[in-house]
Design a protein around this ligand. Sequence first.
Ligand code: GTP
Ligand code: MG
Ligand code: ZN
Length: 325
Amino acid sequence: MVDNPEIHGLVIRTTGSWYNVLLPDGTVFPCRLRGNFRIRGSKQTNPVAVGDRVVFQILSDGTGFITEIEERHNCIIRRATKLSKQTHVIAANIDLMCIVATLGLPRTSTGFIDRLLVTAEAYHIPAVIVFNKCDLYDDELWTIHNEIKAIYEGAGYPVFEVSALTGQGVETIKELITGKVTLFTGHSGVGKSALLNAIDPSLHLKVGEISDWSLKGKHTTTFAEIFPINLNNSTTQQLNNSTFLIDTPGIKEFGMVDFTPEELSHFFPEMRSRLHDCHFANCTHCHEPGCAVKVAVEKGEISPERYQNYLNILDSIESDYPLRR
Ligand SMILES: Nc1nc2c(ncn2[C@@H]2O[C@H](COP(=O)(O)OP(=O)(O)OP(=O)(O)O)[C@@H](O)[C@H]2O)c(=O)[nH]1
Ligand SMILES: [Mg+2]
Ligand SMILES: [Zn+2]
């Protein structure tokens, strides 16, 4: 392989032991990993994820052979199953996490949103919340929506309302994602793939049939995939393939990794800004006297719902933290 040049590309899809790698000119090579390939830490079920930038060489049969994974700016990791030690890299090198939520069909809880937000904070990835299916809202759902929106905007997170069905709000999302690598995540059935199709109709992603729909969701998308997209609207510049969307399979529960119970409040921005006012440096904001976070909750400056979700996450990571050592 002496004269075989090294080529740099982007992993756009992984299936079994094959990785599809995209080159800047638009060519895609099916590649495999060198057999003895290891990435730091052996707990991960997948050494290479979509969004990874890799170096490969072309073999005589036209397939590629990945020799190197370039250093990641970040990646999102979740526990493979609830009590598993194994972890799974959902995607790497993400600029924006777009949490897709719905108030009905299925209903996304704030507890679930907060687990995703904490993960985004832990990996230093900016996050926004997009409520889809707004075409289904009646006055009561708009009231609930506006209450939830106030909670998250109060905590510093942008909240958007869209309908992949009618196109409402989609232009705003296009502006938001231009020039970025954006990961779309959320429960099955919230309309992640439908929203990607609304952003770029040429994607033709598979969307769940209405008739298949059940409260549990159906998992129409079965593996993560990254799509380079071109937005041909007058408000955005020509993109030179700098805009990428990552569609992911729906998740039911998000098993968090990589941080300790003591760190958790650092990942709630509205708590983070008050931590230095707690009496104890290692305050967990549950029962300690002189806790600035609890005072802020009592004063209505921190949402009681976010605080309760904090306590629930704290409880869950305290009970399974030993698993991860
Ligand atoms: N009324 C309404 N239905 C929508 C909207 N967006 C998506 N749907 C429907 O919701 C269902 C699920 O949409 P998908 O795009 O497959 O959902 P998903 O989040 O990609 O689901 P998974 O791939 O299983 O994770 C489909 O029946 C869509 O037609 C919307 O804005 N309004
Ligand atoms: Mg999907
Ligand atoms: Zn405290």
